[in-house]
Design a protein around this ligand. Structure first.
Ligand SMILES: [Zn+2]
Ligand SMILES: [Zn+2]
Length: 250
């Protein structure tokens, strides 16, 4: 499979889009859709109307807000005669209520001329065609469930922490993965709440025995420090600092 980083920053990062990842297995799957990720999706050259599967880790706006533009764009495209298949949305418990409310409330959303299907996931693996996806709850904030996802296709596995602090579930999610994209919001020199810093990412990667660690979701404080060197104190494997539009083969 291929992974393209659509966003490696957070809310208001001046040079990076917020959280978003394009996975290409036998079809395109977008995981999170934070602000400024949609323009990056266009830059990949992929026809956005072919994206029929969206997976959300949680609904903080830095993982979610470009959905509005994506969905409205899909409606306009369909109304003017363009082809668009059903849209499948996967996310943690609360997903159906959240989207039910949004689609009923935002002008034109309830009359989307293509089917929209929701699926709440929590711990049980599910499939999108031949791609197997295992969600696991992460430790992020008390007020909502944030899911990490482990994605396996053709014998290769990529793990995505979403927003996460270190936990046994996170290690389990990443166990033996070929690649793991971890929340590296902070530098080890200035750690913060609800997210990991670079050394913690390195420790998780080491404990889980992954091959390639991709550090992502940078606040400016993390971006300005050498997060790769910090993570490398604990993880001897390959470490990449994510960049928007970086494309990796898993
Ligand atoms: Zn969050
Ligand atoms: Zn976030």
């Amino acid at each position: 499979m291929h992974l393209t980083i659509l966003g490696s920053g957070t809310n208001m990062h001046p040079r990076r889009a917020a959280a978003g990842y394009l996975l290409e297995t036998d079809r395109p799957i977008v995981l999170d859709m934070g602000p400024r990720t949609l323009p990056n999706l266009l830059k990949t050259g992929l026809d956005r109307h072919t994206v029929q599967h969206l997976i959300f880790t949680h609904y903080h706006a830095d993982h979610f807000s470009d959905f509005f533009t994506f969905f409205f764009d899909g409606i306009c495209h369909s109304l003017y005669g363009g082809a668009r298949g059903p849209l499948h949305i996967y996310g943690p418990p609360g997903t159906t209520h959240l989207f039910g409310t949004l689609l009923a409330t935002i002008p034109s959303f309830s009359s989307a001329p293509f089917p929209v299907k929701f699926r709440e996931v929590h711990r049980r693996p599910f499939r999108i065609g031949p791609t197997q996806i295992t969600p696991l709850p992460m430790a992020h904030t008390e007020s909502q469930i944030c899911l990490g996802y482990r994605v396996t296709f053709q014998g290769k596995t990529a793990a995505f922490s979403g927003d996460a602090m270190p936990s046994s579930n996170l290690v389990k999610l990443c166990r033996g993965a070929d690649l793991a994209v971890l929340d590296c919001s902070f530098s080890s020199r200035s750690p913060g709440a609800c997210h990991m810093h670079a050394e913690q990412c390195g420790k998780v990667a080491h404990e889980a025995g992954i091959s390639t660690l991709v550090l992502s979701h940078f606040y400016l404080v993390a971006d300005r420090s050498n997060v790769v060197r910090q993570a490398a104190k604990h993880f001897p494997g390959r470490i990449l600092k994510a960049k928007d539009l970086m494309r990796l083969r898993v």
